[in-house]
Design a protein around this ligand. Structure first.
Ligand SMILES: *Cc1c(COP(=O)(O)O)cnc(C)c1O
Length: 379
């Protein structure tokens, strides 16, 4: 089946009891047992819930994976992956990560004895010198946040396989419509389903997708033991959101292209980060591993103070000043003080997150209204 058909149908069939077309919200914490231990695969809803099962099968199908596990948030999913590791283990990861990923790595897991190397993963030659017998995981985010650099997933996968290291890819920015890391050699795909999968800014959720049965068992054990499971109502919302994922992503990408080109020609804009430009340093890799370039764009304002940047960020009428991304509505964000505030300033600036950088999540509104809004906000 092709993507759009899978988005609408995979994992779902009319409810056997009633014929309901939509998977019901199984709002239950526990399930009847015929005799102790004998049940229909559902015993207690921290472990499994039928609404979640439908969603997990759907997300697995979209990523061309065998198994998916949903979590109560993207951070819950990341937490589960790092809990595969033990004190003394090491992780190689990017220097341009989602702020929450940087925070959980440095503030929660480093004190527990796991070491993280933060490097520029767009240069894959920097990876091998850091590998030792203690290296257990490479954690990739691509496109990176907020500077939209592209990491060559297949090239990193070759290195990971050669050294028998797990490769996990945070695929939140691309969504499964634009990029499928398992197909490029990753072992685990992670999503903040809060973003494009849910798509309507009305739910917080995370997901992991993998092919390996043993890896699935380990991660499911962590979910069931630690309890970061999503509720059935949230699973229903994401299941519904995904039905339009392919249609939304096409529009996000088309609007993103128009906005990126508009900004690039604007006299008040010094730099635009968008992997669709032919002179973007990783454009060729982006073309190889992504179907299109999505709706995430960052830009640097020319010669402005923090105050003036704040004034512009607060000036929008259609774009809303808010954290998060991937919803139908356009958002503007000031990474240095919002999404990336937990990263110390010197490291932040090294990664390009300067005080006059703004990040846009371009929604699926009429693009003329978005361009008009940019024009008035930038004057
Ligand atoms: C939002 C986000 C996360 C965290 O997900 P939550 O659902 O907010 O917990 C992780 N990675 C990326 C790239 C994100 O944008």
């Amino acid at each position: 089946m092709k993507f759009g058909t899978k988005a609408i149908h995979a994992g779902q069939e009319p409810d056997p009891a009633t014929g309901a077309i939509m998977t019901p919200i199984y709002q239950t914490s526990t399930y009847v047992q015929e005799s102790p231990g004998k049940h229909k695969g559902y015993a207690y809803a921290r472990g499994k819930n039928p609404t979640r099962t439908a969603l997990e099968r759907n997300i697995a199908a979209l990523e061309n994976g065998k198994h998916a596990i949903c979590f109560s948030s993207g951070m819950g999913a990341i937490d589960a992956v790092i809990k595969l590791l033990r004190p003394g283990d090491e992780v190689i990861t990017g220097d341009d990560l989602y702020g929450g990923s940087y925070r959980i790595f440095t503030k929660i897991f480093e004190p527990l004895g796991i070491k993280f190397h933060f490097v520029n993963l767009t240069d894959v030659s920097g990876i091998e010198p850091l590998i030792s017998s203690r290296t257990k995981l490479i954690w990739v985010e691509t496109p990176t946040n907020p500077t939209m650099q592209i990491v060559d997933i297949a090239a990193v996968s070759d290195i990971a396989k050669k050294h028998n290291i797990l490769l996990a890819v945070d695929n939140t920015f691309a969504s499964p419509y634009l990029q499928n890391p398992l197909t490029l050699g990753a072992d685990i795909v992670m999503h903040s389903a809060t973003k494009y999968l849910g798509g309507h800014s009305d739910v917080v959720m995370g997901a992991l997708v993998m092919n390996d049965d043993a890896l699935y068992e380990k991660l499911f054990f962590i979910l069931n033991s630690c309890g970061a499971n999503p509720g059935p109502m949230d699973c229903f919302l994401v299941l519904r959101g995904i039905k339009t994922l392919h249609v939304r992503m096409d529009r996000h990408s088309a609007n993103g292209r128009r906005v990126a080109e508009y900004l690039r020609n604007h006299p008040r804009v010094a730099k635009v980060y968008w992997p669709g430009f032919t002179d973007h340093p990783n454009h060729e890799i982006a073309c190889r591993q992504m179907r299109d370039f999505g709706g995430m764009i960052s830009f640097v304002l020319k010669d402005v103070s923090l105050e003036e940047t704040f004034r512009i960020a607060s000036n929008f009428k259609v774009f809303t000043l808010a954290e998060s991304l991937g919803g139908v509505e356009s958002l503007v964000n000031h990474p240095a003080t919002m999404t990336h505030a937990s990263i110390p300033k010197p490291e932040r600036e090294k990664a390009g997150v300067v005080d006059n950088l703004l990040r846009l999540s371009v929604g699926i509104e009429d693009v003329e209204d978005l361009l008009d809004d940019l024009q008035q906000a930038l004057t």
